[in-house]
Design a protein around this ligand. Sequence first.
Ligand code: NAI
Ligand code: MG
Length: 488
Amino acid sequence: MSSRPLANSELGWLAYDPAPESASLARLAPSYGLFINGTFTDPGAHEQVPTLNPATEATLATVAHAVDEDVDRAVRAARHAYDTVWSVTSGAERAKYLFRIARLIQERSRELAVVETLDNGKPIRESRDVDIPLAAAHFFYYAGWADKLDHAGYGANPRPLGVAGQIIPWNFPLLMAAWKLAPALAAGNTCVLKPAETTPLSALILAEILQQAELPPGVVNIVTGDGATGAALVEHPGVDKIAFTGSTEVGRAIQARLAGRGTHLTLELGGKGANIVFDDAPIDEMIEGIIDGIFFNQGHVCCAGSRLLVQETVADEVLRRLERRVEQLRVGDPLDKNTDVGAINSRAQLTRIEELVAAGESEGATRYSSSCALPEQGYWFAPTVFTDVSQTHRIAREEIFGPVLSVLTFRTPEEAVSKANNTTYGLACGVWSEKGSRTLWVAERLRAGVIWANTYNRFDPTSPFGGVRESGFGREGGRQGLAAYLDV
Ligand code: NAI
Ligand code: MG
């Protein structure tokens, strides 16, 4: 690529002063118990595990590690609540609770945004403007469905499944909790939710919100812990449905585990999304779309546009502008409102990113990384773009789940489609073109659950989201998201 573009500090006009949000808005307890049957268990009764701020490596709080007996108690509480309360509560009544939860998320949105950013490392701009509002929107949306299930297209009086075990990842902690809980509750199920081990805090604040909303005890139970806790939930015979979002590897293990057991299952797994850029696309918007597609949430996004497929005729110009834009990204304090790229969520994830980036270099791709300064404490990775990538490179095939873009080129729409589909995944793709007919032609041929046209990473509770092939099955969001929690 060309010589290094000017950095922010050299450009002057972009050098804002720091503008951090106050960490004290978080009001965290030093330690947390489990949320079972409407109350928090005594933190002292469990092994306590620290959760860190990945931007500083400081401990934010400690949380309980739920063992098999705890999971059993949570499932029993959920079953009891299902049998005695929730399955005989009318849809209109269930809706009232969901609306209340949505409003309370809005009321506590600043606190939730700060907690999410502290625990996850994502920029406050994203937690404030995306994660928390979308979490509230999800509860509002499914509240609206609770008394209209007869009209959801699944026949008259569709029945809930019973107790749902829900296992979520660390990249959108509260939002994934909302994606799981809201449709399940609207459909009349009770839940046991297992947050990810590195980001349990916003789910525990949500537990407080459920208490504030006076949700009947046991309707939602939250058990913190690691993969062993998740596995205990999968193993539990009292669970009627497992909903999992996370790695393809664990998803596969869960599917094998549940084979022949009759437990309902939906899986939302990894991806290697292609963002396809044609030479007639409006270039400014397209550059922003590429940036957002890969650097949003540090690239910790299952549907990230991690493979850029650019038409050869515009490749030079796109790459030149992309590099200049990458150089302008602000990397640093996630609590700073001016930050674009925050901290990598964990040491383990940073190691995975570093390993794949090293593979990209050793396999012969050309690496460009932003010259931005990285903080000394915490887990950081500079925004990175690989060119000269071939389809066989690991960085073109494997999910990096970090701020690393692999660029490939193509000449014809046919070639773009064939390269985009050359993956074991099938979650999301983007198509950028002025021509609607071309966009539709390409979209029809892409094997992916979600296809964005002239935009990327756009989420809305009314729109179903999910994958095909190794990206999983089942849909979340929209009317379709109800089917995952109804006996259809
Ligand atoms: P993971 O799949 O191990 O973790 C996701 C959730 O599953 C966590 O709550 C974890 O505690 C739980 N879990 C782990 N093992 C389990 C088991 N045997 N049974 C039941 N639950 C279990 O993902 P991890 O290790 O955090 O990340 C590894 C890679 O997976 C990432 O680098 C990324 O490529 C991918 N990933 C994809 C996500 C997505 O949204 N598609 C989310 C997180 C990770
Ligand atoms: Mg954390």
